[in-house]
Design a protein around this ligand. Structure first.
Ligand SMILES: Nc1ncnc2c1ncn2[C@@H]1O[C@H](COP(=O)(O)OP(=O)(O)OP(=O)(O)O)[C@@H](O)[C@H]1O
Ligand SMILES: Cc1ncc(COP(=O)(O)O)c(N)n1
Length: 270
């Protein structure tokens, strides 16, 4: 019997294909996982911003989740945009049903500055979802929102990663430095120690969906059995190349290139 590695994303949509479910499925496919998706909200958005959001009804969210658990194996899953607290509660009740790694990208505000989660959902995220995670991947504003503390220095990033694990029960925390100046450094606290993952900062506006792509790549690598540190290391390489060879598409912040680590493709595009 051939073994297929299965990864699931629970997130919102991006019709322009750069972020959300679409970015996650492209990443899973590129990293040779069988990709599955459960949609929380349909988002009318593109590279310039969010136009409208349609939240799917709760009972329909439950039916999608049930469709997966009654029929399909899941080796690892990620969540992205979960806008409402009741959606979080449904997902938090479902996750323990399946025995899989869980990577949470705590999406709050899009790069274009539009809100993708309701204020009142934050408490449920902290109390019910975080303790279920194998890993949570906040950017700096999201880590500030979770911990309630300002992050200015690299020391602050490390402290936030540690606090998210020790005070909020996450399995591990990766605080991403995409929003800072200088080298793009992310800090992982795995419950024991801090690990740094660094790349040069690439001069581009085309970073729509970088967080989605990064967390989906970590999920795919965990599903394939890599250790947490190795999964983050490989995913950091994947997202860095996806930014380096990003597409100049649309009138705003263009999408990352999910083919970029294929040698023949990156050579062709640049
Ligand atoms: N210009 C850049 N050059 C190199 N790496 C970058 C750049 N911008 C972001 N990164 C890296 O991309 C990954 C995603 O980080 P970021 O902090 O941008 O996440 P995010 O804000 O959640 O993403 P999103 O844009 O999807 O909201 C991190 O590894 C970060 O260091
Ligand atoms: C459905 C969905 N999920 C996540 C993001 C965050 O991505 P970005 O911050 O790059 O806009 C997004 N724009 N849309």
């Amino acid at each position: 019997m051939n073994h297929v590695t299965c990864a699931l994303t629970i997130a919102g949509t991006d019709p322009s294909g750069g972020a959300g479910i679409q970015a996650d499925l492209k990443t899973f496919q590129e990293l040779k996982c069988y990709g599955m998706s459960v949609i929380t909200s349909a988002v009318a958005q593109n590279t310039t911003g969010v136009k409208d959001i349609h939240h799917l009804p709760l009972d329909f969210l439950e039916k999608q989740l049930q469709s997966i658990s009654e029929d399909m194996p899941v080796h690892a899953l990620k969540t992205g945009m979960i806008a409402q607290k009741d959606m979080m509660k449904v997902i938090a009740e479902w996750i323990p049903e399946i025995n899989a790694y869980y990577v949470m990208d705590p999406v709050m505000i899009s790069q274009s500055g539009d809100s993708l989660s309701e204020e009142e959902s934050r408490e449920v995220l902290r109390k019910q979802l975080l303790p279920l995670t194998s890993l949570v991947t906040p950017n700096i504003p999201e880590a500030e929102e979770i911990t309630g503390k300002r992050i200015e220095t690299e020391e602050d990033m490390k402290e936030a990663a540690e606090a998210i694990v020790k005070n909020f029960g996450a399995g591990a925390a990766l605080v991403k430095g995409g929003h800072r100046a200088g080298a793009a450094i992310d800090y992982l606290f795995d419950g024991n120690e801090i690990h740094a993952f660094e790349s040069e900062r690439i001069q581009t506006e085309n970073t729509h969906g970088t967080g989605c792509t990064y967390s989906a790549a970590i999920t795919a690598y965990l599903a394939q059995g890599l250790s947490l540190v190795e999964a983050v290391k490989q995913a950091k390489y994947f997202v860095t190349e996806a930014i380096r060879y990003s597409f100049d598409l649309g009138h705003g912040s263009g999408p990352t290139n999910h083919f970029a680590t294929r040698e023949e493709v990156s050579n062709k595009w640049i």
